[in-house]
Design a protein around this ligand. Sequence first.
Ligand code: SAM
Length: 319
Amino acid sequence: MKDNFDRRIDYMRLSVTDRCNLRCFYCSPGRNFVFIPPSEVLSYEEFLRLARLSLEIGVTRFRITGGEPLVRKGLAGFIRSLVELKGTGDIALTTNGILLRDNLDALWEAGLRRINISLDSLDPHAYREITGGGNLQNVLDAIDGALEKGFSPVKINAVLLKGKNDDLSPFVALASEKHVHVRFIELMDFSPNQGYFVSGREAMESLARFGRPEEAAAPEGAGPARYFTLPGMKGTIGFISPYSDHFCASCNRLRISADGRLLPCLFSGWSVDLKKILRSGTDDGSLKTALRDALSRKPRRREEAAAGERGNGLRTIGG
Ligand code: SAM
């Protein structure tokens, strides 16, 4: 499945809930954590129908995200059903890791093999401050448990935050000691976050302080990240830099929000209301048309998406 700019779109993020057990200060600032009413959140059956139709039009890979996906009951069963759909390739779970340790067995039995764990600090106090009360030890236990169980690759995502975690040494130590792939992600510019921005390029350059970095092969399921290794390191260090390294040209993803909006670009508020279409009793053919239509509106670059919004206001279409 190609979009208008010849990009092969084969990757879909499913946000199975907007609820979260953490309150990271930079995530959805100003939203005040008002959640979508449960009746407006897609059921697992609705997500599975969209996933099945997306597979039919060329999606092969799914990432389960949120909110925090593990706060939604029945997640392992949903993943099992997703694994069993015809044509499903890779599935990964993105989680903050707080509830992960106790769910590892069920997730493994459901067929999940890849986990991305968000972890912005390895200092318990800083972690608690950034996440609004999270317990670092839960996440560290989950990382060890995931590695012991055989999940691979285990990726650790850290959003770069000036003055909070921009000393990379604890993360370099983690990737040196354990077979994990630490990826530093540039902060998205929701306006109250601006003072915390650290460029990925700057962080990448600072890696040289720890030895001579060598560019490394990307682990399985890799998105638009660049990976490096240092002498003696078991894992890798990666950088995902949408601002300092434009990667729109290779963007291969679509997203479905918890309330069933399909977002062709994370940097655009533009979406298609798939829930409205789903719940109108429509047939599979019309839903596939809606999916293709959304794809055809994927902007070439995030700047164009943002410029379109400034001109038109945020739009959601559907029905
Ligand atoms: N709860 C799950 C987790 O923590 O991985 C999944 C959802 S969370 C929104 C997904 C990722 O988005 C996390 O790694 C989080 O740090 C990151 N994130 C949230 N707000 C962000 C922002 N403003 N800029 C960059 N990344 C952000």
